[in-house]
Design a protein around this ligand. Structure first.
Ligand code: ADP
Ligand code: AMP
Length: 220
């Protein structure tokens, strides 16, 4: 299955992608996570991306396109992948199409996470993440077993710097301006599934999985 998860920040894309990775063995390719790792490692990409990310702006297409193409060419993505947070612009969608055509691969579904802004804001301000393994928690909806510590590796959880209210509001504007136009781009191609992302995590998962399975089972 080759899937794209699209939606505003905080809609639950990473949480669902982690679930698909655990239960279906599909690699979770999150451009945000790859970029945050590059910043932590102090690589050239990290240095170039840092300021954009800090301010909630998009990192330039050519940087993000390159890291995605390198990642998708790795062996674990050969049987399928979930792209979380990419593409975010029409330019990135075109670059992805070109890459997929060259690799003789296609997309099975583009899943759009529908959610009201007031719900998003609660999710983002309560989000906590593990800086080492990337596990995602929420203070109220999905707290760790021991407060403040990751269930997986015991590392102290952090709040992302771009999850402050003012940066979140800016990221939402960026989403409406640059990413929302992709909805029509993919709807026209019949790949599109819109999910109600306000439902509990297992229900959202079941809905996406059913649709994705029906797409991959289609003849031809
Ligand atoms: P995204 O990857 O779209 O930015 P995340 O997966 O990081 O979003 O989720 C944002 C926050 O909302 C996290 O704190 C996560 O634990 C919480 N969350 C995700 N899905 C749900 C859900 N279905 N119900 C309640 N909280 C959720
Ligand atoms: P995310 O983890 O998806 O919320 O992304 C965090 C930040 O990383 C975004 O606010 C952008 O600064 C940057 N980023 C992630 N994915 C992309 C992308 N596809 N295009 C441009 N910037 C991105």
């Amino acid at each position: 299955m080759n899937l794209i998860f699209m939606g505003p920040p905080g809609a639950g894309k990473g949480t669902q992608a982690e679930m698909f990775q655990r239960q279906d063995g599909l690699p979770h390719v999150s451009t945000g996570e790859i970029l945050r790792q590059a910043v932590r490692d102090g690589t050239d990409v990290g240095w170039r991306a840092f300021q954009f990310m800090q301010e909630g702006d998009l990192v330039p297409d050519e940087i993000v396109d390159r890291i995605v193409h390198i990642r998708l060419a790795e062996p674990d993505c050969a049987e399928g992948f979930i792209l979380d947070g990419y593409p975010r612009t029409i330019g990135q969608a075109d670059a992805l199409d070109t890459w997929l055509a060259r690799a003789d691969r296609g997309l099975d579904a583009v899943v759009f996470f529908e959610i009201r802004e007031e719900v998003l804001l609660r999710r983002l301000t309560g989000r906590r993440v593990c800086p080492t393994c990337g596990a995602i928690y929420h203070l109220d909806y999905h707290p760790p077993k021991e407060p403040g510590r990751c269930d997986v590796d015991g590392v102290t959880l952090i709040q992302r710097k771009d999850d402050t209210l003012s940066t979140v509001l800016h990221r939402l504007e960026v989403f409406h301006r640059w990413t929302e136009p992709l909805v029509e781009h993919y709807r026209r191609r019949g790949l599109f599934l819109s999910v109600n992302a306000e439902r509990p995590v297992p229900e959202v998962y079941r809905g996406i999985r059913e649709f994705a399975k029906s797409r991959t089972a289609r003849p031809g």
